[in-house]
Design a protein around this ligand. Sequence first.
Ligand SMILES: [Zn+2]
Length: 262
Amino acid sequence: MAIYLDDTQRKALAHQAASWTWRTQWPTWLLIVTIYGGWFGVATHARTLGLPLTTALLALFGTWYMSLHHELLHGHPTRSPLLNALLEFAPLAVWFPYGVYRDSHLQHHDDPHLTRPERDPESYFVSQRVWQRAGLAIRTLLTFRNTFVGRLLVGPAFAIAATGVDALGKIKRGDWRDVPMWLAHLAALAALTVWLQRACSIPAWVFIVGAGYGSLSLGSIRSFQEHRAAHAHDLHSARRGHNLARISSLVWRAKSAFRDAE
Ligand SMILES: [Zn+2]
């Protein structure tokens, strides 16, 4: 059931829901064409653009593609989860199968547990137990990860490691449901990598490390901005990404998490 801030917001949204833009969701369709067109346009012109510029542009389009993941998993541009998943099947941003990201991100939206370590997969806090057990090196890395530069440099490595550990943990517990998704993703990734190497002269490591890790790094900029613990005067700018109710919840949770960590 939808929850509204107030009656004015409910009426405004009802008005917008009747519009052509809302019903067709054409901006999202345009975005899909632009991102796929841009990514493959860059890849097929790699020899002209040169490897450094190609890598930077593929990372940029990869980040945009991950943003698109977010729209699709929240039910845009169609209400069919299967069709939305097919629109995001190509592993242009390398690392995670769409379905794995979708399930993890929807768990992140379980608002009562927002930012709570071990309940929110996108939390950048750790529980007291994990902190106590961590050695000096891991504590330093965890602290560094919560700075802007750290989020860009080591944030993706933490995310890749956490997803890998989670995937293996599920298999160990006898839960094989994600395995077909991973196999399909790895097969598509292998095919794309071979095609990039043979048809576009883009080496595999450049695609995996440069474009793939680069996409996650660039994507971290947005999440760092959106998930900062906010002061009251920051709320205005933060509202661009979230509605006020979510920010209030996030700030409250962030404060609780800080208290818990102390
Ligand atoms: Zn979301």
